[in-house]
Design a protein around this ligand. Sequence first.
Ligand code: ADP
Length: 366
Amino acid sequence: MATETFLEDIDYSDAIKKQAMLAAIIDSSDDAIISKTLEGIITSWNQAARKMFGYEESEVIGRHISLLIPYDRQQEEDMIIDSIRRGLKVQHFETLRQTSDGRLIPISLTVSPIKSEDGTVIGASKIARDISEQVKAREEIRALNARKDEFIGIAGHELRTPITTIKGYMQLLEGQAESGVARDFLRKALRQVNKLNRLVGDLLDVSKIQAGQLQYNMIACRLLPVVREGIETVRQIYSGHSIELITPIEDPVITADGAKIEQVLINFLTNAVKYSPAAANIIVKVITSEGKAIVSVKDFGIGIPRHHLDDIFNRYYRVNPDQGSGGLGIGLYISREIIRRHGGDTWVESKEGEGSVFYFSLPLPG
Ligand code: ADP
């Protein structure tokens, strides 16, 4: 007569049951789970490891883990074992490993020390996750982004030429316009053309930054004339706001591309105007501190909710994307890039409903 025995009927001790359960979990995992001694000798190998690397358990137990490591990455094992010996975990380390038929697979590796009862590290357990799909998706996103940036670059160039021509003819007409009304209309239209030109310029800058082709013309110059020039430009466009300038006694000497620093200031100032429709004052302050010149632009406008502060310097990021007007969300991104290339920093302090202060710093020659 056939008899059937169920796991529950066997009088295992709790410890043995627990161990059987853990072994079952390890074997049903989708991640490769492998343990090894501190010398790197493989001591256990689950089903997923078999599938991922193509070796049977009997082929790998007792062999060195370097079997799975590509030739040019062998030094990684020393680094991992070094952490493990010190009792430290290696978490989500992205690397490549080699299968039995020589294929390389991208994996995310987490290695933890195995400790004896007295706490001595006696080995390591490693969990390897196949991240081929994520890596492929990342590559696709990168390629699509590159195509988008290329398109933006081409579109920018194509738009620039007709805008320049339109602007030229309008300037000619403005000079010849006889009635005050015509001149006024032309002036208004020219202001919009200039705005369009700046937007196209920003788009071109973004595509140049992405391609690593934004050119800098660095020379030793004084900071205050650059700041005054930037303020003057914005004053002419937005006459409804008053811009106060507070300066240090001595004009700092910087090594910079003055036109690009002015572009950053104009961007901060334009934002200060755009995002403070109900307030008329803006304060620009220049100070020197600890080997740096710091320029700040303070407005008393709508401010920025705290949870957006970390993101606003990112490409295409806008706090209220649904609210028309605004802009393209690239001005701060370009500003951060320009300042970073000068060895400085950009940051912001803001309170919703009270206003914002945008800062950039530039290193002073030592
Ligand atoms: P945009 O062209 O949209 O102004 P920016 O990169 O210059 O792009 O700014 C990104 C976002 O940061 C803006 O859309 C706006 O939401 C927010 N922001 C920038 N400056 C200010 C400011 N002074 N006050 C309030 N919000 C601001």
